[in-house]
Write a protein that binds this ligand. Structure first.
Ligand SMILES: Cc1cc2nc3c(=O)[nH]c(=O)nc-3n(C[C@H](O)[C@H](O)[C@H](O)COP(=O)(O)O)c2cc1C
Length: 243
């Protein structure tokens, strides 16, 4: 079997790492791979902050409520970045027009670069976990990382030598996610019905019977109230115009 596809299919998030720093060669390979990702019109609208300073890591662990941010080989924060493009535009005497589209471009660019970094890391036997929790207190994190206007932290990525081997988290059936020649509402619903059973079983095994929930229930638990409702005003304060 194609080893890249084998690697992709074998993914699972790692949340416990050995206290081993990454080598400069590993870091270089990860960052070079991130940079090789496709990028909308070559805008490269992201910046990666590598948090290596132990004190900074400690503060980031506190602000994200994620202890292993401090105990991982490398912690990268992927930021959507329109600041660099604004400066380049102004360098040529033009006014930089920012809107919802450029916000989306920068956010997608950051995600594509991060996923390349994640795959590169996993291909070297390392484990990764995305940390969306950098958006729990994004104002404080932006200040700590000295982010200029038009830059915001999309997520962090912990990368390190795994110290756990969790079972793989099952995904929705393909029929629910891949619709032939147009959106298939009923196929989606049936997929969720099946998946609820799969996820119920997964939690039962993973938590030795302590957690008995399913996918639709966990979505209901998450989305019955607004999630990170501060994001709109935070982005506004960062200078992003979402119009
Ligand atoms: C953008 C993004 C943000 C995430 N943020 C967190 C996080 O803050 N904390 C965490 O423990 N896992 C986080 N995750 C990991 C997801 O929970 C995980 O990928 C998902 O449950 C599927 O599990 P798997 O990666 O093991 O297959 C995040 C994943 C993504 C893609």
């Amino acid at each position: 079997m194609n080893p890249v596809i084998e690697l992709l299919k074998n993914h699972r998030s790692i949340r416990k790492f050995k206290d081993i720093p990454l080598t400069p060669e590993q870091i270089d390979a990860i960052v070079t791979s991130a940079q090789a990702a496709s990028t909308s019109s070559n805008v490269q609208a992201y910046t990666i902050i590598a948090a290596t300073d132990p004190e900074l890591r400690k503060q980031l662990a506190e602000l994200t409520g994620t202890a292993y941010v401090e105990q991982t080989g490398l912690f990268l924060i992927f930021c959507a970045d329109l600041y660099r493009i604004k400066e380049a535009t102004e360098q040529h005497g033009e006014v930089f027009h920012q809107n919802m589209e450029s916000f989306l471009v920068a956010t997608v660019d950051a995600a594509l670069a991060a996923q390349n970094a994640a795959i590169a890391a996993e291909s070297m036997g390392l484990g990764i976990c995305y940390i969306g929790a950098v958006r729990n207190q994004p104002q404080e994190i932006s200040k700590l990382l000295q982010l200029p206007e038009l830059v915001y932290p999309v997520f962090g990525l912990t990368i390190g030598v795994p110290d756990q081997a969790p079972i793989q988290r099952p995904r929705l059936p393909k029929e629910a996610l891949v619709h032939l020649n147009g959106y298939q509402v009923e196929a989606g619903r049936e997929g969720v019905r099946q998946y609820d059973e799969t996820v119920h079983e997964y939690y039962k095994v993973r938590t030795q019977g302590k957690t008995l929930t399913n996918w639709s229930q966990s979505m209901a638990d998450k989305y019955r109230k607004p999630v990170r409702a501060h994001m709109r005003s935070f982005l506004d304060a960062r200078g992003f115009r979402l119009e």
